[in-house]
Design a protein around this ligand. Structure first.
Ligand SMILES: *Cc1c(COP(=O)(O)O)cnc(C)c1O
Length: 378
C-alpha cells in the first residue's frame, strides 16, 4: 500500500470510539436475540448501569436529547394540546438551539431571561423578572457542565408554582455536593449525541424526580401503546434501539480512562491560559466532567482573529454558543439579553477529546497567547 501523509484537521471534539472487541461482543448478543428495539435487553442493561453510575433513581433512555426535552415537557403536563393559549416557557439564550427549538416545536411560547456574566447560566433574578401569569415551566441549562444555582431556581419555581426541567445535556456525571446534579428539578434531560462526553451515537435520557412521571414518559416514547391492541393516549416514537445501547455500554466500560485523558487536556490548557483569557466561573460546589474548554476573549475582533489564526494551524474551534438565541429570527424574541449577546460574541470552545496530544495543546495555547497579547480590545 502506498503511504502518504495526510494533514488532518483538529476538530473541536472527536467522538470517542470504544474498542471494537468490546462493541462486537454486545453486537453478537443482539444477533443472537434478533431483538433490535422496543426496550430490548441492552437498553434495559444500559438503563440499570446508568442509574448506578449517575446515582439517580428514575431514568428513561430515549432516541436523542431533543426528544428528551419534548417528552419531559409532555410528561410533566407543560405542553398539552387542550390549552387555549400556548404555555410560556422561560429558558436561556446561551445554549445549543435545541433547548429553545424543542419547546417551540411543542407549541410553547419560548421566552428568554438573561444569563449571569460570570457563570453563563441563567441568572435567578433575571429568571424571576421574566415570569408572567402564563409561565408554566423553567428550562435552565447547566451550560458547559456548570451547575446552575439550583436552590435559588427551585425557590423561584415554588413561589410561582412552575415546573423545572434542566437541560443537563452537558452535565453527564456532574455532582453537586454529595449527589448527582441530575436529581434537581422535576426532570433533567441528557443528550448522548456523538460529540458529547458520553454518547450512544445518537441518544439521550430523562431523569425524573417522581416515578409516576417516568411511567407516563415510558408510554409517551412508544406511541402511547399500553399493551397488545391497546392505545391509551397520544405518544410519539422516541425509543432508543439496541445498537445505540451497545455503543453506550461499551462507552460506559471505558468511561474512566476516557475522562482521565480529558482531564489531562483540561489541566494543560488551564495551566497555560490562566491569566491570559477569562474562564467560566464554576459553581464552587460542583464537580467537572471536562466536556468543554470554553474561553472568553476581550473582544469579538480578537475572537474572530483567533479563529482564523487557529484555522491556519488546521485547528477548528467553534463559537459555542453563537448566536445568542434571543437574536434568532423565528424565535422572534422581545427579550433582549444583553449579557448573553456579549458573552456569545466573545466565547470560543477549544478542542477537547481524549486523544488530543500535549504537542497540539501547547501549539493552540501559543496561538491564543499571541492573539491576546498582540491585539488591544476595541
Ligand atoms: C446536544 C444538545 C442538545 C440536543 O441533543 P441531541 O441529542 O443532539 O438531540 C440539547 N441541548 C443542549 C444544551 C445540547 O448541547
Amino acid at each position: 500500500m502506498k503511504k502518504f501523509v495526510r494533514l488532518q484537521n483538529i476538530p473541536v471534539s472527536k467522538p470517542y470510539l470504544p474498542s471494537r472487541e468490546r462493541l462486537d461482543a454486545y453486537i453478537d448478543g443482539i444477533y443472537q436475540r434478533a431483538w433490535l428495539t422496543n426496550n430490548g435487553e441492552l437498553v434495559q442493561q444500559l438503563e440499570k448501569r446508568l442509574k448506578e453510575y449517575l446515582g439517580v433513581e428514575y431514568l428513561l433512555l430515549v432516541a436523542n436529547g431533543t426528544l428528551a426535552i419534548q417528552v419531559a415537557l409532555k410528561a410533566l403536563g407543560v405542553t398539552v394540546r387542550d390549552d387555549l393559549r400556548p404555555p410560556q416557557i422561560i429558558t436561556t439564550p446561551f445554549t445549543f438551539v435545541a433547548t429553545a427549538s424543542a419547546p417551540y416545536w411543542e407549541g410553547a411560547d419560548v421566552c428568554f431571561a438573561d444569563i449571569d456574566e460570570h457563570t453563563w447560566c441563567l441568572s435567578p433574578e433575571s429568571l424571576e423578572t421574566a415570569i408572567t401569569e402564563r409561565t408554566k415551566a423553567l428550562l435552565p441549562v447547566h451550560v458547559f457542565g456548570n451547575a446552575c444555582y439550583v436552590e435559588a431556581i427551585d425557590l423561584v419555581a415554588k413561589r410561582h408554582h412552575l415546573k423545572v426541567i434542566y437541560d443537563a445535556s452537558h452535565a453527564f456525571g456532574v455532582q453537586l455536593g454529595q449527589q448527582s446534579l441530575l436529581r434537581y428539578g422535576d426532570a433533567a434531560t441528557l443528550s448522548f449525541h456523538a460529540t458529547k462526553v458520553f454518547h450512544t451515537i445518537e441518544g439521550g435520557a430523562i431523569v425524573f424526580k417522581n416515578a409516576e412521571d417516568l411511567e407516563r414518559a415510558r408510554l409517551l416514547i412508544n406511541f402511547g401503546i399500553t399493551g397488545p391492541d391497546q392505545i391509551d393516549g397520544l405518544g410519539i416514537n422516541a425509543k432508543m434501539n439496541e445498537f445505540q445501547a451497545a455503543m453506550g455500554l461499551s462507552m460506559l466500560d471505558e468511561i474512566k480512562p476516557n475522562l482521565h485523558e480529558r482531564e489531562r487536556v483540561y489541566r494543560r490548557y488551564h495551566k497555560q491560559l490562566d491569566g491570559k483569557v477569562t474562564f467560566q466561573k464554576k459553581n464552587a460546589y460542583s464537580s467537572r466532567n471536562y466536556s468543554y474548554f470554553p474561553i472568553l476573549l476581550p473582544s469579538e475582533r480578537q475572537t474572530l482573529d483567533l479563529i482564523s489564526e487557529l484555522l491556519e494551524e488546521r485547528v477548528v474551534c467553534r463559537r459555542y454558543f453563537f448566536p445568542s438565541l434571543d437574536t434568532v429570527k423565528y424565535l422572534s424574541s422581545k427579550d433582549e439579553c444583553l449579557v448573553s449577546r456579549d458573552i456569545a460574541s466573545r466565547v470560543l470552545c477549544l478542542p477537547i477529546y481524549s486523544e488530543l496530544t500535549n504537542e497540539i495543546i501547547d501549539r493552540i495555547c501559543e496561538v491564543v497567547c499571541k492573539v491576546v497579547s498582540s491585539n488591544q480590545p476595541m
